[in-house]
Design a protein around this ligand. Structure first.
Ligand code: C2E
Ligand code: MG
Ligand code: MG
Ligand code: MG
Length: 271
């Protein structure tokens, strides 16, 4: 109905659709074309070993350069892609770019792992394990070099339903990382039972560390929790040296943030 009327008339005949809903509808239909069009790209943000400062991994972050609206944040269009059933397609695209980058490093004898964000919706897709397996095989990348970052809410919402999916993904040899840790509702006992390898301290805590002792205390608690559970721990959102030094003292394993590097397009990554 909406499509038949054309975008011009919708607001007039359906005043219940506000500007924001309209824009979402439009963006939804544009997203698929945008992927084919090359408007969707990825950037890579280095993650370093706290002790050696060596780059040990890069996180793949999706970008949409919209011809009319300019750069749209993934925080805005990921949920949209989920709502219109296109998140699987988007994820496959990002995974493909990440594994392609990883493969070309391997060809230069560089074993650098790549991290890809996996939305909650994707964990519920019946063929997700098979798609990841095929992508790894297609690029000839060993599972050990891939990390999937899961948001806390997505994993714990329905632990029972997701438990085989996580185990099956883990069986591919890849690492599972709990993203934005500390912002969701995970029970600690569930965390112990899930095949998680790593916690990422949410940047909301890390950003406040240099000015707030509360934030530092939370970060320290997460580092200790992770280590007590035998997990590695990464801090995201490290913007200043004081925060880096605090995290180093706490024994945080890896650091990610603007202090180290902003997310970079592929052609600026090499230098
Ligand atoms: P995230 O996975 O927690 O990624 C970290 C976000 O923090 C990124 O924002 C990154 O640019 C930003 N960041 C990194 N270091 C710093 C810092 O030092 N200071 C500050 N202020 N920010 C920093 P970005 O790229 O806008 O992505 C936002 C979120 O969108 C991601 O959060 C992730 O949840 C989601 N996302 C991004 N790409 C994908 C994707 O391919 N698939 C899915 N499902 N979600 C994605
Ligand atoms: Mg992430
Ligand atoms: Mg995060
Ligand atoms: Mg986030």
């Amino acid at each position: 109905l909406l499509a038949a009327q054309g975008s011009g008339g919708v607001a007039t005949y359906h005043p219940v659709l506000d500007q924001q809903s309209l824009r979402r509808l439009q963006l939804g239909t544009e997203l698929e074309a945008a992927m084919a069009d090359g408007q969707i790209s990825v950037v890579f943000q280095p993650i370093v070993d706290t002790r050696t400062a060596d780059i040990v991994s890069v996180e793949t972050l999706v970008r949409w350069a919209h011809p009319r609206y300019g750069d749209i944040s993934p925080d805005d269009f990921i949920s949209l892609a989920e709502q219109i059933g296109r998140i699987g397609l988007l994820t496959d695209h990002v995974l493909d770019r990440a594994l392609d980058r990883c493969r070309r490093w391997l060809d230069q004898d560089i074993a650098l792992s790549v991290a890809v964000n996996l939305s909650a919706h994707c964990l519920a897709e019946p063929d997700i394990v098979e798609r990841v397996r095929r992508a790894l095989r297609r690029h000839g990348v060993p599972g050990e070099l891939l990390t999937l970052e899961l948001t806390e809410g997505s994993v714990v919402d329905d632990t029972v339903r997701n438990s085989t999916v996580l185990a099956d993904l883990h069986a591919l040899g890849l690492r599972l990382s709990m993203d934005d840790f500390g912002t969701g509702y995970s029970s600690l006992s569930q965390l112990r039972l899930l095949p998680i390898d790593e916690l990422k301290i949410d940047k909301s805590f890390v950003l406040g560390m240099s000015t707030s002792s509360n934030e530092s205390f939370i970060a320290r608690s997460i580092v200790e929790l992770a280590h007590n559970l035998g997990l590695r721990v990464v801090a995201e959102g490290v913007e200043d040296e004081m925060t880096r030094d605090l995290l180093t003292q706490m024994g945080c394993d890896k650091l990610q943030g603007f202090l180290v590097s902003r997310p970079l397009p592929e052609d600026r990554l090499e230098g």
